[in-house]
Design a protein around this ligand. Structure first.
Ligand code: ZN
Length: 353
């Protein structure tokens, strides 16, 4: 694969552009694009607009204008060749006169595929698979999960004490973590299409589940608030039912049914916020794609654990997660993790007693 350092840099920028619109594009993919002129100078960039708006390539071409002629388009996903709500991006790239298109992820669906073929037929040099793994794990992960598994990508978020308690023995659970960690939760919610809690959490904590900035101002675009309330326990006075954001009260009997409901509502990235019973149900079914754990350096010694019963009785059956990154948030620590598989047979650290 031949990619210039400038193109490689442009792809990193395109991935960041895609990530900047995560949570605003569903059911469409969060794509980023950078246009380089014939000399390799960036002359335009763009990201997917909310549904019905222009795709990343079209936005970047608009900014580049004549600068695109003879230049390159660097895009995180193969340009579309189908006519949906907007015209095909492949045709827009051909019309703009680009000489080369560099793509991270080939289009995985039949419906939109064929962009590279159409570009090549027009004499454009196309390079596929550049920084593919990074792009697939980044802003495109949610949309790709939808294409491949027909369900939303699930992020499980939990805040706990060092000994893994999410509440004290008396049930009080407010402010386990500090201000920076709580602000991070709001930013995380903003990247999701829906935020889910069980009715237990809705009853005990009465969360509003909105996205606010650090000054407490409510964001313009809010994720769908979802309460799993199979037995109809949620009171009409619950804060999650106020008019600050749309709310869906689900009677789904399990996570799979819930995810199917949400998928039908164009949700592609879901934040599961609690509590332990709901989290355990998702984990037991292998339905957590990423975990964000906020640990406060405090101890409670008693109180509910961050996850309920996983049906695991022996160490070799432990559910394993790989640490993606560790960040300090003021006095707290954020761990981002991806579940690997059940380890089955891995030796314990002390030699397996
Ligand atoms: Zn397109």
């Amino acid at each position: 694969m031949t990619v210039t350092p400038v193109e490689s840099q442009a792809m990193a920028r395109a991935r960041a552009l895609g990530e900047s619109v995560l949570g605003t594009t569903s059911p469409n993919p969060a794509v980023g694009a950078v246009i380089l002129d014939a000399d390799g100078t960036p002359v335009g960039e763009g990201a997917t607009a909310p549904p019905g708006g222009p795709h990343a390539e079209v936005a970047a071409l608009a900014q580049a204008g004549e600068g695109a002629r003879g230049g390159s388009a660097v895009v995180t996903l193969e340009p579309c060749a189908h006519t949906g709500r907007t015209g095909p991006c492949a045709d827009a790239l051909i019309a703009a006169g680009v000489a080369r298109v560099v793509v991270a992820v080939p289009e995985p669906s039949e419906l939109a595929g064929g962009g590279a073929e159409r570009l090549r037929a027009a004499g454009i040099d196309v390079e596929l698979g550049v920084q593919r793994a990074e792009a697939e794990a980044g802003a495109l992960a949610a949309w790709l999960t939808g294409v491949r598994k027909h369900r939303p990508f699930v992020v499980w978020k939990v805040a706990a004490t060092l000994d893994g308690r999410v509440a004290a023995a008396d049930g009080s659970s407010r402010w386990i973590t500090g201000e920076l960690a709580r602000a991070a939760v709001h930013r995380l919610r903003a990247t999701c299409d829906a935020v889910v809690v069980g009715s237990g959490t809705a009853l005990t904590d009465d969360p509003q589940l909105t996205v606010r900035d650090t000054d407490g101002r409510i964001f313009g675009r809010q994720p769908l608030r979802v309460v799993v309330d199979r037995r109809g326990r949620l009171p009409a006075t619950a804060r999650v039912l106020d008019d600050a954001a749309p709310t869906h009260v689900s009677r789904a009997s399990g996570p799979r049914e819930l995810l199917a409901e949400l998928f039908d509502r164009d949700v592609r990235r879901v934040l599961v916020e609690g509590g332990p019973t709901l989290a355990a149900a998702f984990l037991r079914n292998g339905l957590v794609d990423e975990a964000v754990v906020h640990l406060a350096p405090t101890l409670l010694g008693a109180g509910p654990s961050l996850v309920g019963d996983l049906g695991i009785s022996t160490i070799t059956d432990a559910l394993s997660l790989a640490v993606v990154d560790v960040t300090r948030l003021g006095g707290d620590v954020q761990l981002r993790l991806r579940p690997t598989r059940h380890t089955g047979g891995r030796e314990s650290a002390d030699g397996g007693s």
